[in-house]
Design a binder for this molecule. Structure first.
Ligand SMILES: [Zn+2]
Ligand SMILES: [Zn+2]
Length: 176
């Protein structure tokens, strides 16, 4: 089971849940208790620490979920980068993804909800892929291709290439 944990997420998390259910063909549920974002806020950067969110998720270890994905609308960072779309523990249990830098409005462009949904799905699959043991992939079509800029997310596909799919199939089959 994959558990989605909302942290100040303004979008439609049920829609994301349904798409992930279809993609991963496993149970995906939304946690009734979201997390308070305050402890993750860095006042100097005016951003939220993705590493702190992951540590918190790991500490809580809520319920029977095999994988836990926090979904947020907040701007995430790690110390060496100006921002991140998300972060995950390789082969771990927990990951986080943010819609903030996926939203056209963050770039002064008109809102495009269906494009935002597509980007958020891709980045959710990408971060969950890391928790399933996948590293970055050079295949242009593969969702595990790393993206620095939001346009690069639009160029890649929504799912694993065959090689990555084969690679994570045992981990995927083991999801409880
Ligand atoms: Zn990645
Ligand atoms: Zn791949």
């Amino acid at each position: 089971m994959i558990l989605l944990v909302p942290i100040d997420f303004p979008g439609d998390i049920d829609y994301l849940r349904d798409r992930l259910r279809k993609g991963f063909r496993t149970r995906v549920e939304v946690s009734l208790n979201g997390l308070d974002p305050k402890p993750f806020f860095n006042p100097d950067r005016r951003q939220y620490s993705s590493a702190s969110i992951i540590e918190r998720l790991e500490r809580d270890a809520e319920g029977a979920a095999s994988k836990v994905l926090a979904v947020t609308g907040l701007d995430l960072y790690i110390p060496i980068l100006t921002f991140v779309f998300g972060e995950a523990r390789l082969n771990g249990r927990c990951a986080v993804v943010s819609s903030y830098r996926l939203d056209n409005r963050s770039y002064g462009l008109p809102s495009n909800p269906s494009l935002l949904d597509k980007r958020l799905f891709k980045e959710s699959v990408h971060e969950l892929g890391h928790t399933l043991g996948l590293v970055h992939c050079n295949d242009q079509e593969c969702v595990m291709k790393s993206s620095t800029y939001v346009e690069e997310i639009d160029f890649k596909g929504s799912w694993f290439c065959r090689r990555c799919g084969d690679c994570c199939a045992p981990a995927l089959a083991g999801l409880k």
